[in-house]
Design a protein around this ligand. Structure first.
Ligand code: C2O
Length: 555
């Protein structure tokens, strides 16, 4: 196994998109940031040099971080942010997972522009994929271009305003040709292919606020992995990918090589949002090397356009997710644990914030789990407090109830919610099952729930209200997909199971920024096990020191 080293210089730069120069915070001057490539079993060291005016952390989204919670990079959960003009080196091993993950800032809303792909190949290289070795691998990072200041966005979100939107979707940083002031192929991401060859697309949704549908005119995909876990090859002409999810898909260049083909990503939007959303879309081009005279093509008129799902079509996403099953048997995939020790029912919703009981509600919308809107501790990260046996020093701390405090009410809008640093303590080696329930109202979203530090078996999903009596029978205990992010369907529910084998503090949250920064989150505090190799080691000596998070340098 090798040591893979990177230096990430975080700074503010002006980037030109859609005819405007916008000041954005990025890594090494790039949007999206650098791709990290490694083989399973490798060690990684990333030297973060913070030349930006913000406090920064980097989260290694989906990396299991066994006995290494200190490197997870969740601000105020596992560490204080790296202050401006300070450095910190993240060190971790990548063991037991293969496929595509990603990294992103985990402080405020900075992940909008501070992110990149993380590619894990098998130990013996690309020749031992459980599918035919592709001729080439191509990262496809779906993102969003925000012209609005991200500090302002974060402030709005904290104040309960949840409807800010990006100017554009992007594919590998490019908004495509459908916007004012774009309109030539130079604004499109171009995928160059040769006829008859195969390509492994490593797709990341790094966007803040949208699930996307991805299609390429005249082509199909074969999905082979999701969240760095292999799935049974699944052939489809459309990919649905929610924020936080990653998909590996094979693309065979088997269309007519004289043609050119649009690759389109289009936001899947809720059916009746409180305000009318603009269409958020980006187009790239798949270009065959055999295409005659391609250099002269500067217009987009002759490019084939795929027929996209309707922007309010949630069924296509529901079936895409439901059709994924894990590749069994595979040495990296473990059987589903049978005996559940902890049954949790998490109602995901937004309500009126009532900080001091139901008589004192304020006009803020608070995303929540079980009527508690998570808030970060102000001065001490949870992991530090936990490690030093000092959790009681966090005055906002509260144990999250295992079920919604009252019968989950599907018709009453705007249930009251309170604010707390909600945690759930879990003992080591416990099997936890969570039923996630989305609201069943028109004014709502699906919820991509992301768990740090371990993957989850996704046993089932359904529409409407979860009903244990009949829904338990639908659990897939044979080959469920294994994911770090489960998309809880619009108007529906999903059930996951995982085993607490990794002591530390692990954040669980919706990966829509408008939900997570408002409080649809909880922190799992996993106790140490009985032996040294089930005990969280001490923090690295250079872990950033703390300062008041809430008064940190403003964006
Ligand atoms: Cu991808 Cu807690 O995040």
């Amino acid at each position: 196994a090798a040591l893979v080293e990177h230096t990430f210089v975080v700074s503010q730069v002006k980037l030109n998109r859609l005819c405007n120069d916008t000041l954005v915070t990025v890594v090494n001057g790039q949007f999206p940031g650098p791709t990290i490539e490694l083989n399973e079993g490798d060690s990684v060291a990333v030297h973060v040099i913070n030349k930006s005016p913000h406090g920064i952390t980097i989260h290694w989204h989906g990396v299991k971080m066994q006995l290494n919670c200190w490197a997870d990079g969740a601000a105020m959960i596992t560490q204080c942010p790296i202050q401006p003009n300070k450095n910190f080196t993240y060190r971790f091993d990548v063991v037991g997972q293969e496929g595509t993950l990603w990294w992103h800032a985990h402080v405020g809303s900075l992940r909008a522009s501070v992110h990149g792909a993380l590619i894990i190949r098998p130990r013996s290289g690309a020749s031992s994929y459980p599918f035919d070795k592709p001729d080439k691998e191509i990262p496809i990072v779906i993102g969003e271009w925000w012209e609005m200041d991200l500090g302002h966005l974060e402030k709005n979100l904290r104040n309960g305003y949840m409807f800010d939107l990006p100017r554009a979707a992007t594919i590998n940083g490019k908004p495509g040709d459908l916007y004012n002031c774009s309109g030539t192929v130079k604004d499109n991401n171009v995928v160059n292919v040769e006829h008859g060859k195969s390509y492994l697309l490593r797709i990341v949704n790094a966007g803040l606020e949208s699930e996307y549908y991805l299609k390429i005119a005249g082509h199909k995909f074969t999905v082979v992995a999701a969240d760095a876990n292999y799935v049974k090859p699944y052939t489809t002409d459309v990919i649905a990918i929610a924020p936080g999810e990653t998909i590996d898909a094979l693309l065979v260049a088997d269309a007519h090589p004289a043609g050119r083909y649009y690759m389109v990503v289009k936001a899947n939007q809720p059916p009746k949002p409180a305000i009318q959303f603009p269409l958020i879309i980006s187009r790239g081009v798949v270009q065959y090397s055999e295409c005659p005279g391609k250099e002269e093509h500067d217009t987009t008129s002759s490019i084939m356009v795929p027929e996209m799902p309707d922007r309010h079509d949630s069924d296509t996403s529901f079936y895409f997710h439901g059709n994924l099953t894990s590749l069994q048997p595979h040495p990296l995939l473990r059987p589903v644990p049978a005996n559940v020790h902890e049954h949790l029912f998490y109602a995901l919703d937004s309500g009126n914030l009532c900080p001091h009981g139901e008589s004192s509600c304020i006009n803020h919308l608070g995303p929540m789990i079980n009527n508690v809107s998570f808030r970060l501790p102000a001065t001490t990260p949870l992991l530090q407090a936990h490690y030093h046996g000092n959790m009681s020093s966090i005055s906002t701390l509260r144990e999250l109830p295992d079920r919604a405090p009252r019968m989950f009410n599907f018709t009453k809008m705007r249930k009251p919610t309170s604010r707390a640093t909600s945690v759930r303590r879990l003992r080591y080696n416990a099997t936890v099952e969570i039923v996630f329930q989305s609201p069943v109202l028109a004014d709502t979203y699906a919820n991509p729930m992301h768990l740090h530090g371990q993957d989850m078996f996704v046993l089932a999903q359904g529409l409407g209200r979860y009903d244990a009596e009949k829904d338990v029978a639908t659990y897939n205990l044979v080959d469920p997909p294994v994911r770090n992010t489960v998309l809880v369907p619009l108007f529906g529910w999903a059930v996951v199971r995982f085993v607490t084998k990794n002591p530390g503090v692990w954040f669980l949250h919706c990966h829509f920024e408008n939900h997570s920064s408002g409080g649809m989150a909880v922190a799992f505090v996993v106790e140490n096990g009985p032996t040294l190799d089930s005990t969280l080691p001490p923090p690295p000596e250079d872990l950033p020191s703390c300062y008041n998070y809430n008064s940190r340098v403003a964006y």
